[in-house]
Write a protein that binds this ligand. Structure first.
Ligand code: 0X9
Ligand code: ZN
Length: 302
């Protein structure tokens, strides 16, 4: 599989999911959630029985354009879980929804103009800078901490909550089935961390934080079991930095019990966002283990 050895452009990513959907028509369905600012389609891949009341695990990737490894992890997850008979049983009790590219405009811009681009590509009148940090644009404590209100900033939170069409499409889609969604992971890089809420401020935790830590540690243990790679389980506000308007906090605020952000490999800034292609395969396989653990936990608890 290509997704183990190189970074695909947006069109190739869409071709990849189309091919998987055609190969496994009973298991995989595509769902259009909306369009990006520049008009690219934001597509969800739904895997497992649909139209039921089974619990859902929702995974999305690449809201930050330069975090390229996250797209590969999502695509590898889609292919592996749909194609291998070993996961049929799991898929009969938990549905998986994967949005492999939540910021297609930013990603294409990162590929063709500025490798370190992070934001969306929306334009504002009378501003020389464009784009908002979509992970500061969710409607929960929007605009409060760890954000900037200046359009040229990397962490510009947008003109208002959900100002970015990408965020509007994602929040609408999640809200339509939020009572069924029991697990949520936003895939980011880098740092090898499993982050749990709250992240909008420091030293505040959801009442069920022990469950979040416990399942987070189970995910980290499953990753470590393959190649000894260590992911640490930390609160995003205390362990990283407070940042409001992020997707994990919003998902948790909507009642989605197991809500996380995973910062994928590498751990340090030697390669940082520009993880060499020969390391993609290992990161894919490690992240897959973590996601599988979350699915199993959701299966056994709901
Ligand atoms: O700052 C972010 O948006 C995430 N880190 S990244 O380096 N990928 O940009 C972390 C978000 C953690 N979640 C919350 N602060 N709620
Ligand atoms: Zn990120």
């Amino acid at each position: 599989q290509d997704v183990n050895y190189r970074y695909l452009n947006y069109n190739e990513q869409m071709q990849f999911i189309n091919t998987v959907a055609q190969q496994f028509p009973n298991t995989v369905k595509l769902q259009k959630l909306g369009n990006s600012y520049e008009g690219r389609s934001i597509t969800a891949v739904r895997i497992g029985d649909d139209g039921t009341n089974k619990p859902i695990v929702w995974i999305d990737a690449g809201i930050h354009a330069r975090e390229w490894i996250s797209y590969n992890v999502a695509l590898y997850l889609i292919y592996t879980i749909a194609s291998e008979p070993a996961y049929r049983d799991l898929l009969s009790s938990v549905q998986l929804v994967v949005v492999p590219n939540t910021n297609p405009d930013g990603y294409e811009y990162s590929r063709t103009h500025d490798r370190m681009w992070r934001k969306t590509r929306s334009r504002f009148t009378n501003s020389r800078c464009g784009g908002a940090d979509a992970n500061r644009n969710y409607p929960f404590y929007w605009g409060t901490k760890g954000v900037s209100h200046s359009q040229c900033s990397e962490i510009y939170c947008g003109t208002r909550a959900q100002s970015e069409p990408e965020v509007l499409a994602l929040t609408n889609a999640i809200q339509r089935e939020e009572t069924r969604i029991k697990g949520y992971i936003a895939l980011h890089s880098y740092g090898q961390e499993i982050l749990y809420p709250w992240g909008h401020t420091m030293r505040q935790y959801p009442s069920d934080v022990q469950d979040l830590i416990q399942v987070g540690q189970a995910m980290a243990a499953a990753v470590k079991a393959i190649n000894n790679t260590e992911y640490s389980v930390v609160n995003s506000g205390d362990g990283l930095y407070p940042a409001a308007g992020a997707s994990d906090d919003w998902a948790k605020s909507r009642g989605i019990k197991f809500s996380y952000t995973i910062e994928l490999s590498p751990i340090d800034d030697e390669t940082g966002f520009t993880l060499p292609e020969d390391r993609i395969n290992q990161v894919n396989r490690e992240a897959f283990q973590a996601i599988q653990v979350l699915m199993i936990e959701v299966k056994s608890r709901f």
